[in-house]
Design a protein around this ligand. Structure first.
Ligand code: PHE
Length: 338
């Protein structure tokens, strides 16, 4: 019996078959137990001798099985380690990073362009005091120009900024009396507007502000021409049309020659060959005075450009709502991050 069991235990290949063997030999119905049971039929003298032998057999078998068990466990662990080995020389899988948002692309392009011209980029708070959004922009409480922008008030004195001109007013005050100032201020703005293909209650602007000695409308024109050509191609022309903003005097609206038809007239420019892209002007003397500057000693220009408008023209987007709905089919047409 011992010989047969030894052989079988040696030959076993995995721990579950080993367990079967243990049950087979040492279990309740196994031969060892059977021998024990047979002891009751033996004589008094034989019993202790036989008992000792059976016990010995039982111990030997247990020991053998135990040793084999350890051996197999070690072997199986070894196999497991082999199979879970990671080949660190395999190339990794690249996670998908998504696409740049067109508004960020335009914002980035504008920031790069103006940083290249020596401007600083300054952001501000979305919630501003009435004072900086309107009063300092030369729009007193009862001024009809307040109706030009429907605003969202949070309490009697604070509102969501309706234009990035609110940042301009903070920059002016904080810089006074130092000169020159050369900043662009990008950010979200908010208006009480019904959303449709060309209107959104929230959109993005970038304000430009330059103050120094004898900064003129000609400087503004050169700057905006440079910007228009960078954004829409080297052949672009710009033109000024007289306009009105309370915080600039004179004020202008700026058109770019249409980049689709090269100024010949097409549906995008409604046949005129020109596309309006922004409002601008020479900073009003009252604005300079309120911020602590002497309008006799300095002057400057400001402009405010709508990021959505530029992106729509540049990428041929026909509905402003595409920017905010996060449709993957729309987003994935723009530059991929790598
Ligand atoms: N703040 C104006 C607007 O939102 C744009 C503008 C900025 C005009 C600076 C002139 C100068 O419509």
């Amino acid at each position: 019996l011992l010989q047969e069991a030894t052989q079988k235990i040696q030959d076993v290949k995995d721990s579950s078959s080993l367990n079967d063997l243990r049950v087979l030999y040492l279990g309740k119905k196994g031969p060892v137990q059977e021998l024990m049971k047979g002891m009751k039929d033996l004589s008094k003298e034989e019993k202790p001798i036989f008992g000792q032998k059976v016990n010995q057999l039982k111990q030997d078998l247990s020991k053998m099985i135990e040793e084999k068990k350890e051996q197999l466990a070690a072997l199986e662990m070894q196999k497991k380690i082999e199979s879970e080995k990671i080949d660190i020389t395999l190339p990794g899988r690249k996670p998908e990073l998504g696409n740049a948002h067109p508004l960020n692309l335009v914002r980035q392009e504008l920031e790069d362009l103006f940083i290249g011209l020596g401007y600083q980029v300054i952001e501000g708070d979305d919630i501003v005091d009435d004072e900086y959004c309107f009063e300092r922009a030369n729009i007193p409480k009862d001024h009809p120009a307040r109706d030009m922008q429907d605003s969202l008030y949070i309490d009697p004195n604070r509102l969501l900024r309706t234009h990035t001109t609110a940042i301009q007013m903070v920059v002016l005050e904080e810089s006074a009396p130092n000169l020159p100032i050369k900043v662009v201020c990008p950010g979200k703005v908010y208006r009480r507007d019904d959303d449709d293909a060309t209107h959104s209650h929230q959109f993005m602007q970038m304000e430009g502000l330059v103050i120094g000695e004898k900064v003129t409308l000609a400087d503004l024109k050169g700057t905006l021409e440079f910007m228009a050509r960078k954004l829409f191609g080297q052949d672009r022309q710009i033109r000024f049309r007289p306009s009105y903003f309370p915080f600039t005097e004179p004020s202008v609206e700026v058109d770019v020659s249409c980049h689709i038809c090269n100024g010949k007239g097409c549906p995008t420019c409604k046949g005129t060959g020109w596309i309006e892209i922004l409002g601008a002007g020479e900073v009003h003397p009252n604005v300079l005075k309120m911020a602590g500057y002497d309008p006799e000693k300095c002057s400057g220009f400001a402009f405010g450009v709508g990021i959505e408008r530029v992106a729509m023209l540049k990428y041929g987007i026909d509905d402003i709502r595409h920017f905010y709905t996060n449709d993957k089919r729309f987003n994935s047409t723009f530059k991929r991050y790598e």
